[in-house]
Write a protein that binds this ligand. Structure first.
Ligand code: P71
Length: 448
C-alpha cells in the first residue's frame, strides 16, 4: 500500500506537539511526516496477503482460515495447539491468567511493558534475569538478549521452583535495543528448568528476526535456514505468545500456542471470555488468512536480510556522525541513547521523551520513548523506576520505507544533535495508572 505523506511547517508541528502533551503517542498520524513510532501493525502487506483477504471465511465457528493458520503455525513454529487472539497482549493476558498465581515469580530476559503488566495483574512479580551487558548500551556482546543462568539459578534457589510458573523468554529483546538471544542460551535455560519442572514460554513476537541473528552470529548455524533455526529454537520451549503485528507482516493479529494439553484446554476456555471463539480470537477470517500468508513470507531469507540491513544502514549513518546509539544495532529499530545525547538533562526530566518530542518538532519524524516514562512507578514507593537504559526508538516498519527515507531520518536526528545543548527537559503533568507512557502528558521545563 502506498500513502501520500505531508510535510508541515515547524510552527504547525510546535502546535501539534503541545496539543499532544509532548507525547508522540498522542499525535495525529496526519501530522507526521515519517512514522517510526513502531513496527507494530505498520507493515505493508503483500499482493498475496491482500488476495488472501478476499478469501475470508467469516463463519462464526470453524472458519477455514483458522485451520490454515493453525497448520501454518504448527509448521513454522512447531507447537501443537494454537489459539488466535486479537493481538499480542490478548495472548499475554490469557497465558498470565492461566498460569500465574499470587506470590509467583516470573523470571525473564528484561521486561516488556504489556507483558510485565499482565504478569503483575495476575498476581506475579517479574524478575529481570538478563545478562548485565544488556543494560550497557556500549557493550558489543553479540547476544545481549541472553539470560544469565546464574541469576536464574539464584532466583530458583531463593523462591523455589514451585513458585515459578514459567520462564518468560523473548526473541530480539525490545527494551534492550532489539538484541537477540542465542540458541545455546535457550538450550541451557531448558536444561536448567526441565528437571525442576519449570516451563519455558517464549514471546515469539520478533523471533524470526532473532533467528536471522543466530544464523549470522552463532557457530554451526550459518548454513541453516531461518525456518530451521526458528523451529529449533521454539522446540526448547513449551509454548509461545505472539504479536503477529511485527514479524508476521499484518496490521492486526496474535496467537497463543501451547504444547501441554491441559494448559491448552484452560487457555482455550479463557479465550471465549476475553477474545472470542477459539477459532477466531477476536479476528476476522480474512485477518487469519493474511496472517497465515504473512508467516510464510516472514521467514524468507532475502526479506529478513534486507529488513535488518535497512535498520543497520540507519544505525551506521548515525554512528559515523558520532550520535550515541545502542550497539550493536538491533533487529527492528535504532535506539538513540538519550542519556548520552542530553547529558545535561537528568533522567527525572525525561531525556528520551524530550528527544522524541524535539525530533518531531524539528523534522516531523515520529519516534517512541523507551526510558523512565515507559518504566512507570514503583508500586510500593510511588517513585519513578529509573531504568539503566533511557532510549528513543526509531522503529522501522517492514516493507514500507526506502533507503532515501532513512537518509532523511538520519539528517533529522543530526539536526537535533547539533543543537542539543540548547534543549531543556520535560515535566510530567498527567499520567494514567496503567502503561502511563501511552497517554501521559508533559510540559517543557521553563528556563528560569
Ligand atoms: C512495539 C509494540 C507495541 C507497543 C506495546 C506497548 C507499548 C508500546 C508499543 C508490542 C509487543 C512487543 C513484545 C516483545 C508483546 C507486545 C504486545 N510492541 N511483546 O514494540 O514488542 O503486543 O502490541 O500486539 O498487544 O511498538 P501487542
Amino acid at each position: 500500500m502506498v500513502e501520500p505523506i505531508k510535510m508541515q511547517s515547524r510552527e504547525e508541528r510546535e502546535i501539534a506537539i503541545e496539543a499532544a502533551g509532548f507525547n508522540t503517542f498522542l499525535l495525529r498520524s496526519e501530522d507526521v511526516y515519517i512514522d517510526l513510532l513502531t513496527d507494530s501493525g505498520t507493515n505493508a502487506m503483500s499482493d498475496r496477503q491482500w488476495a488472501g483477504m478476499l478469501l475470508g471465511d467469516e463463519a462464526y465457528a470453524g472458519s477455514r482460515n483458522f485451520y490454515r493458520l493453525e497448520k501454518t503455525i504448527q509448521n513454522f513454529y512447531g507447537y501443537k495447539h494454537v489459539i488466535p487472539t486479537h493481538q499480542g497482549r490478548g495472548a499475554e493476558h490469557i497465558i498470565s491468567r492461566a498460569l500465574i498465581r499470587q506470590g509467583h515469580f516470573i523470571p525473564g530476559n528484561m521486561y516488556f511493558t504489556t507483558t510485565r503488566l499482565h504478569q503483575e495483574l495476575a498476581g506475579g512479580q517479574f524478575v529481570d534475569v538478563i545478562i548485565d551487558e544488556a543494560h550497557d548500551p556500549t557493550s558489543e556482546h553479540p547476544f545481549k538478549g541472553n539470560v544469565s543462568l546464574q541469576k536464574l539459578e539464584q532466583l530458583i534457589n531463593k523462591v523455589g521452583a514451585e513458585n515459578i510458573p514459567y520462564v518468560s523468554l523473548a526473541g530480539t529483546v525490545n527494551m534492550a535495543g532489539g538484541q537477540p538471544i542465542s540458541m545455546a542460551c535457550v538450550k541451557a535455560v531448558r536444561e536448567l528448568c526441565k528437571p525442576k519442572g519449570i516451563r519455558v514460554y517464549l514471546d515469539a513476537t520478533r523471533m524470526v528476526e532473532n533467528s536471522f541473528f543466530i544464523q549470522e552470529r552463532e557457530e554451526d548455524f550459518s548454513d541453516k535456514s531461518i525456518e530451521e533455526i526458528l523451529k529449533e529454537f521454539c522446540s526448547y520451549t513449551d509454548g509461545a505468545w505472539m504479536s503477529a503485528k511485527k514479524d508476521s507482516l499484518v496490521n492486526i493479529g496474535g496467537w497463543l500456542a501451547i504444547n501441554d494439553h491441559d494448559v491448552f484446554e484452560l487457555a482455550r476456555n479463557m479465550v471465549v471470555i476475553y477474545e472470542g471463539l477459539h477459532t477466531y480470537g477476536g479476528l476476522a477470517g480474512r485477518d487469519l488468512e493474511a496472517l497465515a500468508i504473512g508467516i510464510e513470507e516472514s521467514v524468507l531469507q532475502e526479506h529478513v536480510r534486507s529488513r535488518v540491513d535497512q535498520v543497520r544502514y540507519l544505525g551506521n549513518l548515525l554512528e559515523t556522525w558520532g550520535i550515541p546509539i545502542v550497539r550493536p544495532v538491533g533487529g527492528h529499530a535504532v535506539y538513540l541513547n538519550a542519556k548520552s545525547f542530553f547529558p545535561h538533562i537528568p533522567q527525572s526530566e525525561f531525556p528520551a521523551q524530550t528527544l522524541a518530542a524535539e525530533l518531531y518538532i524539528d523534522s516531523g519524524v515520529r519516534s517512541m520513548e523507551r526510558g523512565v516514562a515507559s518504566a512507570g512507578r514503583d508500586e510500593k514507593t510511588g517513585e519513578h523506576k529509573y531504568p539503566a537504559l533511557e532510549l528513543t526508538r526509531l522503529t522501522i516498519p517492514r516493507r514500507v520505507y526506502t533507503q532515501a527515507h532513512m537518509d532523511v531520518v538520519a539528517e533529522a536526528v543530526k539536526s537535533v544533535w547539533d543543537k542539543r545543548d540548547s534543549i531543556r527537559g520535560l515535566k510530567i503533568v498527567y499520567e494514567p495508572k496503567y502503561l502511563r507512557f501511552f497517554q501521559a502528558r508533559f510540559k517543557r521545563i521553563s528556563s528560569s
